[in-house]
Ligand binder design. Structure first.
Ligand SMILES: Cc1cc2nc3c(=O)[nH]c(=O)nc-3n(C[C@H](O)[C@H](O)[C@H](O)COP(=O)(O)OP(=O)(O)OC[C@H]3O[C@@H](n4cnc5c(N)ncnc54)[C@H](O)[C@@H]3O)c2cc1C
Length: 405
């Protein structure tokens, strides 16, 4: 076992998309960055998943110089449709509402993370520790010390002015720092899978609400869609365990607009939760992405929020470093918390309300939500507000997004 010590400005724990966006956004700052990731890089990268990505996330990738690479592997949707079971009123969002060419894109995990890793590989300021597991962090007056074990070098200690927890919903970094959370687990799980379909519906994303939970359909290149099908836990488990033919027979009536569908790859299942950390920061520590908050996948917001956290934190750290401030001190980090915590809470509450209103068969609620859909269809400013909220156009915009057309 080898003991050694390296000194960085920032140690990011978690090399998923959110941690990697932070590292890429810090590239121009001159700060020395370490990324610690517990899984081998190819395992982290090759998750077969796609996410609904907002126009703001697209601008952020553009600002990082990665958009053209990500774009070629993404489905872009020009329309978003919201509907409630078989109720005839469909809310339609169109690009002319925002004066844009499209309303969002289906970002494939592998394409986004590969692009991020490529740009990080060209930076001398960034060092990966991977696969490596964080065993503990001690927070001192001038620096934090991260103890880790790696397969190649055994035990290591690395020091930094700031540790960032980008280590996902169960965040060992958050727990180790004694930061509590508020929230609840939903009664639902999501079954996610990709289908090939006959109908040429390649530019429409739709979310259809059923009494058991929403179904989100995201277009992917080549007449394929990623589907997130939310159901109570037991029903989701049953759907996951069906053989392909029985599963498709159950699915087909729910996805009539896609025509005949065929499964591509495996089905995965995710229990879902709402969670907000009591604090996003403490002296020498900041939390970003799922380590700081989680929301119901309805509306496809979680990763988009995490990316916003990452670029907001990068902007604040860069400014502080330029002004020769200690980037791990609480007054600097509190600026990040003030920027992001309330904005995230707003989206968390919105997705919770949507799920509770729509995953419900109580007649007065059914009537209320159908009235709501009619209002949203009829009143353009209401529709525009909801669209801008989901597109990331509400709240403080990060400089990196403002710098691109
Ligand atoms: C069914 C479903 C559908 C979703 N759809 C969407 C969508 O359409 N749009 C959207 O925006 N969001 C969506 N989300 C949310 C999105 O998946 C998450 O918000 C996002 O993946 C969180 O990214 P992250 O980088 O913060 O965390 P993660 O992706 O969990 O990454 C954390 C990383 O930290 C590493 N790690 C953990 N512990 C350690 C340790 N001790 N040491 C070192 N490394 C460690 C892990 O290996 C991992 O690589 C969805 C979520 C679900 C469940």
């Amino acid at each position: 076992m080898q003991e050694s010590e390296s000194i960085f400005d920032v140690v990011i724990v978690g090399g998923g998309i959110v941690g990697s966006v932070l590292a890429a956004s810090l590239k121009p700052s001159g700060l020395r960055v370490a990324i610690v990731e517990t899984q081998p890089l190819d395992v982290v990268t090759q998750r077969k998943r796609a996410y609904a990505m907002s126009l703001l996330s697209q601008k952020i990738f553009q600002g990082l110089g990665l958009w053209s690479e990500i774009e070629s592997a993404s489905g872009k949707y020009r329309n978003i449709q919201l509907s409630d079971e078989d109720f005839s009123q469909v809310v339609r969002f169109r690009p002319q509402d925002l004066h844009t060419d499209f309303l969002g894109f289906s970002g494939q995990h592998e394409a986004m993370l590969t692009a991020l890793q490529k740009t990080l590989a060209t930076s001398e300021q960034v060092q990966w520790f991977c696969p490596a597991r964080v065993m503990g962090v001690s927070y001192g007056a001038d620096a934090a010390t991260v103890s880790l074990t790696t397969v190649d070098s055994g035990s290591l200690q690395i020091q930094a002015r700031l540790v960032v927890g980008a280590d996902g919903a169960r965040s060992p970094v958050r727990e180790g720092a004694g930061i509590g959370t508020k929230g609840w687990k939903y009664w639902q799980s999501c079954v996610t899978f990709v289908v090939e379909h006959d109908a040429p519906r390649n530019d429409i994303a739709f979310e259809r609400f059923w009494g058991t939970g929403p179904m989100g359909v995201l277009p992917l290149p080549g007449n394929r869609c990623q589907i997130v099908w939310t159901n109570p836990h037991a029903e989701a488990q049953r759907l996951k365990s069906l053989d392909d033919a029985s599963f498709l027979a159950q699915l087909q009536p729910f996805v009539k607009p896609l025509g005949q569908v065929r499964l591509v790859g495996d089905r995965q299942i995710f229990p879902v939760q709402l969670m907000q950390s009591d604090r996003y920061v403490k002296e020498r520590l900041a939390l970003i992405g799922d380590a700081a908050h989680c929301c119901h996948p309805v509306g496809g917001q979680g990763l988009n929020l995490g990316i916003r956290d990452a670029v907001a934190l990068a902007q604040i750290l860069t400014e502080a470093y330029t002004q020769q401030k200690d980037i791990g001190q609480l007054p600097v980090l509190r600026r990040y918390e003030r920027w992001r915590k309330l904005e995230n809470l707003l989206i968390l509450s919105f997705t919770d309300l949507l799920n509770r209103l729509f995953s419900n068969r109580f007649l007065p609620i059914v009537l209320l939500r159908r009235f709501g859909l009619m209002l949203m269809s009829a009143i353009a400013p209401l529709r525009l507000f909801a669209l801008k909220l989901m597109a990331g156009q509400k709240g403080k915009q990060p400089d990196i997004a403002m710098s691109v057309e």
